[in-house]
Design a protein around this ligand. Structure first.
Ligand code: SAM
Length: 296
């Protein structure tokens, strides 16, 4: 049932969008002294090898983080992109790009002593790896790994005592019901904690559920009377191609989006500045594009 392993995808163009946005949100949250809690409903294994078997098999980082590194030699990154690059670099010795940090480790780096992180992961192997990776940080109860369904598990924590929180929701969408479960989780969470920041990553692929998800999130934010931001990043066409033998070739993930409810007021300008550069650096064909829409 759970065949998705993020190790195949770590550092791909979707991670570049997601982790750059995540960092920009957290940097802003950390400007205020008051403690916050971060919930990562779909945490993954936490750390990935870019030179390991999984990553080498898929080669996805080669069209994402590793391609950025190659191309950036001649280009000045925007502050948000530089922040992301510095973050990944801090997990590697100078000049090497072997380790890629997943969301748990990116978030953990930005926590102050008073902040908390709760990580949900349901895959048995990834949970074990995540627990072992987090244990090495020796941060005690500040970071908790919960082997639970993140959609359900989050409910008992909202609203958090800190009354300031970010919920990152990053499912694999390998099960069709993930789309409706994301929307149901956000709908429920907004009734418990309407001032929280909710960041949802979603794939942009030719299936109705994927198209409906950002629309449903927009409706939920509008109904709650809260601001929202929707950023999309396309690297190539989603059209199916045929190879020389006439067989259909799946194009791989062409695009993805980040939908944020209660975004920091600085996020829109930051992404509007950074996404054109990401498009220029990571485009795979003439369909590459971005959009940043906001409302509320
Ligand atoms: N957020 C991670 C990052 O940015 O580094 C990547 C997460 S990956 C896209 C999705 C993860 O969710 C997988 O590791 C998968 O095993 C896990 N997962 C799937 N269904 C879940 C559920 N209902 N609750 C918690 N985790 C789940």
């Amino acid at each position: 049932m759970f065949s998705y392993r993020h190790a195949f995808h770590a550092g791909n163009h979707a991670d570049v969008l997601k982790h750059t946005t995540l960092l920009a949100i957290l940097r802003h949250m950390a400007l205020k002294d008051t403690a916050f809690t971060v919930f990562d409903t779909h945490a993954g294994a936490g750390l990935y090898r870019l030179d390991g078997d999984y990553a080498s098999t898929s080669g996805e980082a080669g069209q994402g983080y590793l391609r950025l590194i190659e191309k950036l030699a001649d280009i000045t990154p925007t502050p948000a992109l530089q922040d992301y690059l510095d973050m990944v670099a801090s997990f590697n010795t100078t000049g090497s790009h072997k380790v890629y940090p997943g969301s748990p480790f990116i978030i953990q780096r930005l926590l102050r002593d008073r902040d908390k992180l709760k990580l949900f992961e349901i895959h048995p192997t990834d949970t074990k790896t995540l627990e072992a990776n987090i244990a090495q940080l020796d941060v005690g109860r500040q970071v908790a790994v919960l082997r639970e369904d993140g959609f359900e598990g989050i409910k008992k924590f909202l609203p958090p005592p800190s009354r300031r929180a970010l919920v990152l929701c990053d499912p694999s969408y390998e099960i069709k019901t993930d789309y409706s479960r994301v929307a149901d989780m956000v709908a429920d969470a907004l009734t418990r904690f309407v001032t929280g920041t909710y960041a949802v990553w979603y794939p942009i692929i030719p299936r109705p559920e994927a198209h409906q998800l950002p629309r449903r999130l927009k409706t939920l934010a509008n109904q709650a009377g809260k601001p929202w931001l929707n950023a999309t990043f396309t690297v190539k066409s989603s059209k199916l191609l045929t190879d020389d033998a006439g067989d259909v070739v799946r194009p791989g993930l062409p695009a993805s989006g980040m939908f944020v409810i209660n975004p920091p007021h600085t996020l829109k300008a930051s992404l509007q500045q950074t996404l054109p550069l990401m498009v220029a650096l990571l485009k795979q064909d003439a369909n590459a594009a971005f959009s940043v829409e906001s409302g509320g």
